[in-house]
Design a protein around this ligand. Structure first.
Ligand SMILES: Cc1cc2nc3c(=O)[nH]c(=O)nc-3n(C[C@H](O)[C@H](O)[C@H](O)COP(=O)(O)OP(=O)(O)OC[C@H]3O[C@@H](n4cnc5c(N)ncnc54)[C@H](O)[C@@H]3O)c2cc1C
Length: 389
């Protein structure tokens, strides 16, 4: 399978990881992205050890440590008083325990590093301005059709086109994403704009009633990423994300600790984005014929375990290993799905469960015993580079 032709739909973190991993296995890869330019949103992403293994494998530890900030420590704090309710030692501890860092990155930095590595392997691999609309599966190959009338042919196709996946629709029919009742404001603040006492610990989540606010350092500590979650009955905007004025977030979190106010005050007013959070029911399977799904296209992940990008990254590495180990596309896609379906679906469902738990809890009673995160579920102990495939 090492000279197989892979068609990848979507150049998000999942699509680019899969492309790079498949290239490393010797495959000929084309990635088709609907956007007119490659890029990622101005926001942060947490990379837990399970995903960090994959990035170390694909990009090298030196580059990963350059892109990602390793927080020395983290805390869950009371939303109003700022008092530490749970503290988490980070630094080298996750690396010693799991073999790879717990770290945080600007999404654009990670996306750029993956795209650069893919292009270095093949300057023509990434094709922009190509919106996938349909596929045709036949005995000797699969054809992807695009909105501009063009098409591409390969041995197998991987839908990495996110929660609103057209590949998923083409394979499994209509199944509209459901609004979860949660919305998020995200933005970035220059660290230099904040008072030093607001910078510790490196990473913190403020737990309130029905609302949370998380902030952590990215880009070698130069920027603070923030994300504030709240609840709404409906999401009226046409798109699932939109530009928001920072005053909206300030009003929403006006009763939060001074540190939260300071971060929002320092945010560039026109650089705040608001997201409606959607999910879906799990699919019974991802693969049909020569096409499969990867990342949010197969298991759209709410952010309440910070594992969506991590699962897409894991998928990409395991897919390439399945391809490298198989005699034909059918065996490769079967091996991939067998290795990934249970974990992807479990994490997707646990993320939904965790949202209910987080927003039902009383911050005045929160402590280490009642706090649960992805580590408590054992998710960090997985290594996609070595797991049996
Ligand atoms: C507020 C928030 C915070 C989050 N925080 C974290 C976190 O800390 N850690 C974490 O691991 N995860 C986090 N996540 C989840 C994570 O962002 C997603 O799970 C992850 O980005 C999924 O990656 P993906 O590549 O599968 O999909 P996407 O990132 O959605 O990429 C899909 C790509 O496909 C393209 N595309 C779509 N349709 C087509 C088409 N028809 N033709 C061609 N191209 C197409 C899109 O333009 C896009 O480039 C968060 C999510 C949100 C909303």
């Amino acid at each position: 399978m090492n000279d197989s032709r892979a068609l990848i739909i979507g150049a998000g973190i999942g699509g680019l990881t899969a492309a790079l991993a498949l290239q490393r296995s010797g495959c000929r890869v084309r990635v088709f992205e609907q956007a007119a330019a490659l890029g990622e949103v101005g926001a942060g992403v947490t990379i837990t050890p399970n995903a960090c293994h994959a990035l170390n494998h694909l990009l090298g530890e030196e580059l990963v440590e350059h892109i990602c900030h390793v927080p020395a420590s983290g805390a869950v704090k009371h939303y109003q008083t700022g008092k530490t309710l749970v503290d988490t030692r980070r630094g080298d501890r996750p690396k010693q325990k799991y073999g790879a860092h717990y770290c945080q990155a600007h999404r654009a930095d990670l996306h750029d590093a993956l795209a650069d590595a893919v292009r270095r392997n093949d300057a023509n691999c990434l094709v922009i301005d190509r919106r996938f609309i349909a596929l045709e599966d036949s005995s000797d190959g699969i054809t992807a059709r695009f909105a501009d009338g063009s098409s591409a042919r390969g041995d197998y196709l991987v839908g990495c086109d996110g929660i609103h996946s057209e590949v998923r629709r083409a394979l499994w029919g209509d199944d509209e994403p459901r609004f979860t009742g949660y919305i998020a404001w995200r933005g970035l603040v220059p660290t230099a704009a904040l008072r030093p006492e607001f910078l510790v610990p490196d990473s913190a989540a403020f737990a309130g009633r029905g609302r949370t606010f998380t902030r952590y350092k990215v880009r070698r500590g130069e920027l603070f990423n923030f994300v504030g979650f709240s609840q709404r009955d409906e999401w009226a905007a046409e798109s699932w994300s939109e530009r928001a004025h920072i005053d909206e977030a300030l009003a929403e979190f006006s009763d939060f600790a001074p540190e939260v106010q300071a971060i929002l005050d320092a945010a560039p007013p026109d650089q705040c984005f608001k997201w409606g959070l959607f999910d879906r029911r799990p699919l019974a399977q991802w693969t049909k014929g020569r096409a499969t799904l990867l990342g949010d296209a197969g298991h759209p992940m709410t952010p309440f375990l910070a594992q969506g990008a991590a699962m897409a990254i894991e998928d990409g590495v395991v897919l390439a290993r399945a391809v490298a180990a198989s005699a034909d596309w059918r065996e490769a896609l079967t091996r991939y799905e067998q290795a990934r379906y249970e974990r992807g679906t479990f994490v997707m469902l646990q993320s939904q469960v965790n949202a209910k738990r987080i927003y039902a809890r009383d911050p005045d009673r929160l402590d280490r015993n009642s706090h649960r995160n992805a580590e408590a579920l054992g998710l960090y102990a997985y290594n996609p580079v070595t797991v049996p495939v």
